[in-house]
Design a protein around this ligand. Sequence first.
Ligand SMILES: Nc1ncnc2c1ncn2[C@@H]1O[C@H](COP(=O)(O)OP(=O)(O)OP(=O)(O)O)[C@@H](O)[C@H]1O
Ligand SMILES: N[C@@H](Cc1ccc(O)cc1)C(=O)O
Length: 317
Amino acid sequence: MDRLELIKRNVQEIVTEEELEGLLNKKETPRAYVGYEPSGKIHMGHVLTVNKLIDLQKAGFKITVLLADVHAYLNRKGTLEEVRKIADYNRRCFIALGLDEEQTDFVYGSDFQLGAEYMLNVLKLSRAVTLNRAKRSMDEVGRAMDDPTVSQMVYPLMQAIDIALLEVDVAVGGIDQRKIHMLARENLKSLGFETPICIHTPILLGLDGTKMASSKDNFISVDDTEEEIYRKFKKAFCKMGDVEENPILALFRYHIFPRYETIVIERPEKFGGNLVYNSYSEMESGFAEEKVHPMDLKNSAAKYINEILDPVRKVLL
Ligand SMILES: Nc1ncnc2c1ncn2[C@@H]1O[C@H](COP(=O)(O)OP(=O)(O)OP(=O)(O)O)[C@@H](O)[C@H]1O
Ligand SMILES: N[C@@H](Cc1ccc(O)cc1)C(=O)O
């Protein structure tokens, strides 16, 4: 697979692909980053962005992981001390998931966001962005946005300045980061910085069929035990024939098929015997035509997810 193909696989959007090609031609070692609000659990949704960082690392990028403790604080997720403690655990999870420790800069937000230069840039940007725009950019990122605090308006401005001061060429994130990234793209130039290229990965559904999030009880954590995975999958939302809002199919699509060439769904002979699929689209059609029972799909997904997480759990022990 060539560099560009590796970068493009399993992404939802690149803004813009043309700029990305230009960057690859121009720079030997470009830089990319993702920021994470420290979270008690690293879940399979986060893993989609970690996988993209690993792809970028293989494509020759230098990677920065921002442990965004100040952002979590501004987003009312806990005290600064609390979020810093959690960030250490997150760092271990990212390494266990396969990010090359030697080739990755782990940076705490509070280590560079509280200085004068940083803050002056945030203030400059605050003059250029309307309150309405800042608020809208937080629609999918902010907590309790029906009654936002001023801190949640400072949040997207700081995320934009992070991109500039961490000197990254590419900002990576789930598609929920899009509006903040667009705000950065439209405004950084006038502050004297480069316009960043943005890579957005899809949002993974949680086991209840809504966005996977650690604040809801719908996630698969990278440190879940084998038994927990089977238990969670048993209860998961997976309606016969429904391929639109199906978290189990989403796991096959974004986590299992990218790692396996063929998938075997085990079934006793009396129910028709094993099913073999060579691509996600084949499996999706089979499920839409009700050739696969949700129970068999769930059991098989749990088995593969356990296989994928087994080495990660071992490192985390
Ligand atoms: N369900 C998901 N599917 C895909 N990507 C996700 C998902 N949840 C978070 N991400 C991505 O992970 C990165 C870090 O987000 P962050 O840790 O702040 O998540 P969050 O939305 O606050 O999640 P949570 O509430 O579950 O901790 C972002 O780029 C975000 O897009
Ligand atoms: N906005 C990201 C976290 C983040 C914070 C600062 C950044 O510079 C980048 C990302 C989230 O939803 O969770």
